[in-house]
Design a binder for this molecule. Structure first.
Ligand code: FAD
Ligand code: NA7
Length: 488
């Protein structure tokens, strides 16, 4: 074009955020290239176009979770009169991962076709800055291509972190490997109790493998801790073990092929150890800033967290360089967040739109065996923000109808609404532990965006018999001290 650029926009990273941004940009007439490149994991796992969510995140995770739930359903079905004649009911790990990978590959394919149709140029190369307007794409065969561009969006996401202890990289795997692991994981140690650790432990246990979670501080730090503990207790009830307040020290491979994990309690000096078939690190994720050569463009980053610092317009300190998705500092790391932020950003760059991304009240779900979904503030955060005196919490235990016949435990089915105490009691947080939690909370997230109050909630007629209707029946406050367990 006039200014000598080959592209209006080069997007670094073909994941949730990058692809959404690129596709939106072409709709407004921009000439766009997307670079996507996956470096294999230490054990050699690699994947195609589409980023974390599609290949090694949300999608394969949900499919594994579903496989685990089906196992549960098979066992419950006999109480509903189903006659199962199989000698042994267990999943075939290789068939399961094959089915999951087939789906993933079909999504990779559809994604490529979609980019071609929309005239987004896809380059399977690792992107880095040569200067603020020049991107170098380094291909698998090490050949290079130079792209002159007016704007750059960095959407490179992150990858799982490995602990800095002997044997971690050699013998451990991460969520990047588990969904395509070529052999059954067997007895597995999951290190880390964030949502990814708990979800992996949950589906492995549900598929019939012994799962142990090593927790450094508390489960689901940052989430409402009452809810986090319900999730944990429900997992324990299913047979998942927790090694509380422990940290790993080393992993060794034994002649038997098993891995010896040495670990310690965070407070204490005893050396403890145990053998596992698989060790999975779920200790957090690092942003992929290192390959970008940000210094050549002068882009500021947050060194400790390997993230890029942006303002509320997703602008870095360099005016024509932006970032969205997991790579940005201090924002929720979720696919729909990356997608909407990417789309709005493209609109702001290429149209006269001024709409910015609202990162508040983003709903999320932990796909633990008994799921947990929430939107808005945790009880702790609400109290910290408004003061205990100004917060009212409505809560209830409840009994899903479908749990009665198989006599499933209802002990951890619980929900609460965290609200301002004054006036109509504006709701600032909703929390739910139970079946299909994401499906339950999604609509309530819309209600929260619309300013729902306790008064409105209790004036809403429920859908019977569902678990979501329990939100419309909340009438016991924590402050009252009344028993929130239902009579029937
Ligand atoms: P990514 O999707 O990670 O895409 C970035 C892409 O850029 C990758 O393909 C990467 O290889 C590529 N890349 C990196 N560096 C370069 C470079 N220099 N040049 C070219 N390409 C590069 N979110 C949810 O909303 N719901 C869930 O249930 C959920 N479950 C998850 C489960 C797991 C196990 C994990 C790991 C994540 C999960 N997430 C979930 C999070 C979600 O996957 C991410 O928030 C989302 O993928 C972020 O999108 P992104 O575009 O920022 O980055
Ligand atoms: P999280 O949510 O950052 O959780 C990481 C977990 O791993 C958490 O329980 C940590 O305990 C634990 N952890 C971290 N470092 C270590 C070491 N060195 N040893 C033992 N345990 C450790 O990561 P996820 O992978 O679940 O999720 C990835 C991102 O997606 C996350 O950043 C979210 O924002 C969204 P801690 O609580 O710190 O004591």
């Amino acid at each position: 074009d006039d200014e000598g650029y080959d592209y209006d926009l080069v997007v670094l990273g073909g994941g949730s955020g990058g692809l959404a941004c690129a596709k939106e940009a072409v709709q407004h007439g921009a000439k766009v290239a997307v670079l996507d490149f996956v470096k294999p994991t230490p054990i050699g796992t690699s994947w195609g176009l589409g980023g974390t969510c599609v290949n090694v995140g949300c999608i394969p995770k949900k499919l594994m979770h579903q496989a685990a739930l089906l196992g549960e359903a098979i066992h419950e079905s006999s109480s509903y009169g189903w006659k199962l004649n199989a000698q042994e009911v267990k999943p075939d790990w290789n068939e399961l991962t094959q089915a999951v990978q087939n789906h993933v590959k079909s999504v990779n394919w559809v994604t490529r076709v979609d980019l071609r149709d929309k005239k987004v140029e896809y380059i399977n190369g690792l992107g880095s800055f040569k200067d603020p307007h020049t991107i170098i794409a380094t291909m698998k065969n090490k050949s290079e291509r130079e792209l002159k561009t007016k704007n750059v969006v960095i959407a490179v996401g992150g990858r799982p972190r490995y602990p800095n202890i002997p044997g971690a990289v050699e013998y451990g795997i991460t969520s990047d490997d588990i969904f395509s692991l070529d052999k059954e994981p067997g007895k597995t140690l999951i290190v880390g109790a964030g949502y990814i650790g708990l979800e992996c432990a949950g589906f492995l246990n549900g598929l019939g493998y012994e799962a142990t979670v090593m927790v450094r501080s508390v489960p689901l730090r940052g989430f409402d801790q009452q809810m986090a503990n319900l999730v944990k207790m429900a997992m324990e009830e299913k047979g998942i073990r927790f090694l509380n307040q422990c940290i790993p020290k080393s992993v060794e491979k034994l002649e038997s092929g098993k891995y010896l994990v040495k670990y310690m309690q965070t407070e204490g000096t005893d050396q403890l150890c145990e053998e596992f078939d698989t060790v999975l690190w779920a200790i957090g994720r690092d942003g992929l800033v290192d390959d970008l050569k940000l210094e050549n463009a002068g882009v500021q980053k947050h060194d400790e967290e390997k993230k890029i610092i942006v303002d509320d317009h997703e602008r870095t300190n360099i005016p024509h360089i932006y970032a969205v998705g997991d790579i940005i500092h201090g924002r929720p790391e979720l696919t729909p967040v990356a997608i909407l932020a990417g789309r709005l950003l493209a609109r702001r760059i290429f149209t006269n739109s001024t709409q910015i991304m609202d990162y508040m009240d983003v709903a999320t779900t932990v796909f633990s065996p008994l799921e947990y979904a929430c939107v808005g503030l945790s009880e702790e955060a609400a109290i910290a923000k408004f003061g205990e005196e100004n917060v009212e919490v409505y809560h209830a235990y409840y009994k899903p109808t479908e749990f009665f016949i198989p006599q499933k435990s209802v002990k951890h089915c619980y929900l609460k609404a965290v609200a301002e105490r004054a006036g109509d009691q504006r709701i600032v947080g909703l929390h739910y532990v139970g079946p299909v939690a994401g499906e339950v909370i999604q609509g309530f997230a819309v209600a929260m965006k619309s300013g729902v109050t306790i008064k409105i909630l209790l004036n809403t007629v429920g859908i019977h018999p569902t678990t979501a209707e329990e939100f419309t029946r909340l009438n016991i406050t924590k402050r009252s001290g009344l028993d929130p367990t239902p009579a029937t």
